[in-house]
Design a protein around this ligand. Structure first.
Ligand code: HEM
Length: 491
């Protein structure tokens, strides 16, 4: 009886809450056109800058409508933490993209799945592959060796630094994930995956396909005139699954023959001899995402390019970092174990992440149920964009945010200032980037090795203008040349 009374009271309160919340306003935002909403007001390039400007008028919780779909942009640390972290149980779905997700087959991947059992299982497997006792050491040794090869390539042809960064990232991705060595960017695996990734980003480009605006178009038959997008989606899906299967098969065969090199996939297969076909399938999908994660976010998103640019534009910062690296490593090459003795470099890397975050809007989240926050109603199913760029350029958090000042992290007297930007740039809550440690380790070893070996100067835009950051989803600097001078003769 008591149970019944409690349930009735809770139901009554819930109904009243829902009724009241219906009366609450949605968050403020810029007015838009009928039907299209704000779709035409959002620039294709650097939309995070426009969102940051709008937030000055409409506040840190802003409502946009894109062809009838509600989008909430969060532009303050408080709002991001309150919703994406503290209420992560309901703020961790992904919006469905009809073209890339449903038609081109991306929806089966962990990064695109709605929050739930399969997503959790995929993440667990990925984290198990990437971290764990004994694994870090092997990964570090492989990364140190690749950083050393990168330095000798850079020494031979410094003007081709972009190509060398490209090689480093692509080769690391293939070797760490599948244990496959690749000496050149023309490697057939590299070419196949680059092609698959390019095709995929084409299907993901906002506004590129009408079916993303009118999802019911996905039901039209492929043979109908005007339905060529369906054929394209099928090609993209087939292409991706063919490379995913090929790479997995190569490692599986090597493991079966007892010839596999250490890699995330080989380790998984060796440690899980009794894996079910379902586990194998998940492992294949997780592996291609690790591979693509390393490739996409380190290469095109160009954390390393930002590092080169900052070194050239802030010579005193470079000098301070070199003094520290020299004092720790002397004449030998830097190693992971040196990191704890390099607080200045640690602070510099925080600035590299903060100054121009690679994913300025993270990845879109979706809220599962209607919610109420700060007196506003957040409609169920809204896409939630965390404006990471706005957070890392908030002058109340980072005074003088447009300048690169590693010292800001070294003076820890005011705890409310200069939080670690890695808490923002790798995303939020239950969707936080599972590759965070791997990425951060890679950036450290490359940065330390470059500082020990070279001085970088004279960054000049190929367009002859000030070097700007661009991009639709991922931010990268304009093409630039720079001078890379060896600091000491080869020993
Ligand atoms: C500097 C490099 C990197 C940056 C800045 C970065 C950043 C991000 C961000 C912002 C997200 C979205 C999180 C969210 O939705 O709130 C994300 C997700 C993800 N990242 Fe990374 N990432 C990097 C490297 C990597 C690497 C190396 C891997 C592969 C091991 C990886 C794999 C993933 C995956 C699979 C997801 C989706 C997670 C999910 O939906 O649960 N990332 N990353």
């Amino acid at each position: 009886m008591l149970d019944l009374i409690i349930v009735s009271i809770i139901t009554l309160l819930a109904c009243r809450y829902i009724r009241n919340s219906k009366r609450l306003p949605i968050p403020p935002g810029p007015g838009g056109l009928p039907l299209l909403g704000n779709a035409l007001q959002i620039p294709k390039e650097c939309s995070w800058l426009t969102f940051t400007e709008w937030a000055k008028t409409f506040g840190p919780i802003m409502y946009l409508s894109i062809i009838g779909s509600p989008v909430i942009v969060l532009s303050s640390r408080e709002a991001v933490i309150d919703l994406l972290e503290k209420k992560s149980l309901i703020y961790s779905d992904r919006p469905v993209a009809p073209m890339a997700g449903e038609l081109a087959g991306m929806q089966k991947y962990t990064s695109m799945l709605s929050y739930g059992h399969r997503h959790r299982k995929g993440r667990k497997m990925m984290l198990g592959m990437l971290t764990g006792i004994g694994k870090a050491q092997g990964v570090h040794t492989a990364q140190e060796a690749m950083a050393a090869t990168f330095i000798s390539r850079l020494r031979c042809s410094p003007s081709e630094y972009r190509a060398h960064i490209h090689w480093l990232v692509a080769a690391s991705a293939l070797e760490l994930t599948y244990g496959i060595r690749s000496d050149s960017s023309d490697d057939p695996y590299q070419l196949a995956i680059v092609k698959a990734m390019e095709a995929l980003s084409e299907t993901m480009a906002p506004g590129a396909y009408l079916v993303d605006a009118i999802p019911s178009l996905k039901y039209v038959p492929e043979w109908l005139p005007g339905a060529s997008f369906k054929k394209r989606a099928r090609e993209v899906a087939d292409n991706l699954s063919s490379i995913e299967n090929r790479l997995f098969r190569v490692t599986r065969e090597q493991v079966d023959r007892g010839e596999a090199r250490q890699s995330f996939v080989a380790n998984f297969l060796t440690e899980n001899g009794d894996a079910t076909p379902e586990d194998d399938e998940l492992c294949r999908e997780v592996a291609i995402q690790i591979y693509a994660g390393i490739l996409m976010l380190l290469q095109t998103a160009s954390v390393l390019l930002s590092f080169f640019l900052i070194m050239a534009q802030y010579p005193h910062v470079q000098r301070n970092a070199q003094i520290e690296v020299d004092a720790v490593v002397g004449d030998r090459s830097p190693q992971y174990s040196d990191r704890k003795f390099m607080p200045y470099l640690e602070a510099l890397l925080k600035e590299v992440y903060r100054w121009n975050p690679v994913s300025p809007l993270a990845m879109p989240h979706q809220v599962r149920h209607e919610d109420v926050y700060a007196g506003y109603r957040i409609p169920a199913g809204s896409t939630i964009l965390a404006n990471t760029w706005a957070l890392t350029h908030d002058p109340e958090l980072y005074p003088d945010p447009d300048e690169v000042i590693p010292e800001r992290y070294l003076d820890g007297t005011d705890k409310s200032l200069n939080p670690d930007p890695r808490d923002f740039v790798f995303g939020y809550g239950r969707r936080v980037c599972p590759g965070k440690t791997l990425a951060d380790d890679t950036v450290f070893i490359v940065a330390a090795s470059v500082l020990a070996a070279f001085t970088i100067s004279d960054a000049t835009s190929l367009k002859g203008e000030k070097i700007k950051y661009r991009g639709g989803i991922i931010s990268h600097p304009d093409d630039f040349t720079c001078t890379i001078t060896p600091r000491r003769p080869v020993g």
